[in-house]
Design a protein around this ligand. Structure first.
Ligand code: AMP
Ligand code: MG
Length: 323
């Protein structure tokens, strides 16, 4: 069994915790007690901490020498989350694992493997698309793996909002697979081969604050893809749709002067699209550089596409930049 396979049960537990928190704290009561904002005004919830604790606990047990780069950490958990809500995270994780855990254990798990030099790095976003999670749209639990050369070599996405009761997507033996989140037969993933603009489906961020929808439309027009349909969803589920051949292209740009993309928002998705036969690159066609710590500091954006249209998108972007 390759190492990522050993994490699938923890990914399912983490996704189940997210679904339970969504049901109890968000869907039914619509209370704000499951939501806080970190410094920098990003959303974070009970479920972000709970899901990360479960994943990092598994990595600690299974691969104790590996490093972790993850979105959350014990310092802001203790600093920004009130005692009552921390207790709720503890209860949720205990329920998910079927054993009583302490807050001290949670903190150890949350920070496990961070700030450490190691040959391999697990890259974790416990909830990618937190805004989508809160708004009952799309979100994923994402885990990627970097090797010693800081290449993305494996990834999984647990996607509870995937149409039809959720899916689990993961790389295995150089390929990509998808199965129902609740368990069931797996199918091999293959990117599409579509190339006719009118047949194409482009994925982009739901949130206008994450991506300029007008800039994307301009880009599509320049690349001769104005006839393509557009679907906007949160999270790396966009990569998943490309990997599954349901969509053909996912595009994302950093805003001029904006902060770099974080690797946990891209590592797992990149692994899946590549394993399904697609191409993932920067906007100029060069490689994404996962060797720069927590961010894609050397990259301006991302193109994830089927191989029949990737070059055309790169060319379209180049001519737009030259205008
Ligand atoms: P989305 O794909 O829009 O759901 O965004 C997923 C994640 O990417 C969130 O954690 C965002 O904070 C992050 N993100 C979105 N847009 C950008 C951007 N332009 N630059 C850097 N990070 C972003
Ligand atoms: Mg996140």
């Amino acid at each position: 069994m390759d190492d990522l396979q050993q994490l699938l049960p923890a990914a399912r537990q983490a996704a189940a915790l997210c679904q339970r928190v969504q049901r109890v704290h968000i869907r039914s009561t619509r209370q704000d007690d499951a939501i806080w904002r970190k410094e920098g005004h990003e959303h974070v919830t009970i479920a972000d901490y709970g899901a990360q604790a479960i994943l990092c606990r598994a990595i600690r047990q299974l691969f104790p020498d590996d490093a972790v780069i993850a979105e959350e950490g014990a310092d802001h958990f203790l600093q920004y989350v009130a005692a009552g809500e921390r207790e709720e995270v503890r209860r949720q994780v205990s329920a998910a694992l079927g054993e009583e855990v302490s807050e001290a254990q949670l903190c150890v798990w949350l920070d496990h493997g961070q700030e450490r030099e190691a040959a391999r790095i697990w890259v974790i976003d416990p909830i990618d698309g937190t805004k989508g999670f809160i708004a009952l749209r799309h979100y994923v639990v994402a885990v990627g793996l970097l090797d010693e050369g800081r290449q993305v070599v494996a990834g999984l996405l647990a996607a509870p909002g995937w149409p039809g009761a959720g899916r689990l997507l993961y790389t295995r033996d150089g390929g990509a697979l998808m199965e129902p989140l609740k368990g069931g037969a797996a199918c091999q993933l293959q990117v599409s081969r579509r190339r006719e603009p009118a047949d194409l489906l482009l994925m982009e961020s739901f949130e206008p604050s994450h991506t300029s929808h007008s800039r994307m439309a301009q880009l599509c027009e320049t690349a001769g893809l104005a006839a393509a349909r557009v679907e906007r969803i949160d999270s790396q589920e966009k990569y998943g749709r490309v990997a599954a051949g349901q969509a053909d292209l996912y595009l994302r740009q950093t805003f001029p002067g904006g902060s770099a993309h974080r690797i946990w928002d891209h590592a797992a998705g990149t692994a899946l699209v590549r394993a399904a036969g697609g191409i993932v690159s920067d906007l100029d066609g060069s490689a994404l550089d996962f060797s720069q710590g927590a961010t894609l500091a050397r990259n301006a954006g991302v193109i994830a596409a089927n191989p029949n249209i990737h070059e055309r998108v790169v060319d379209g972007l180049a001519s737009l930049a030259a205008q």
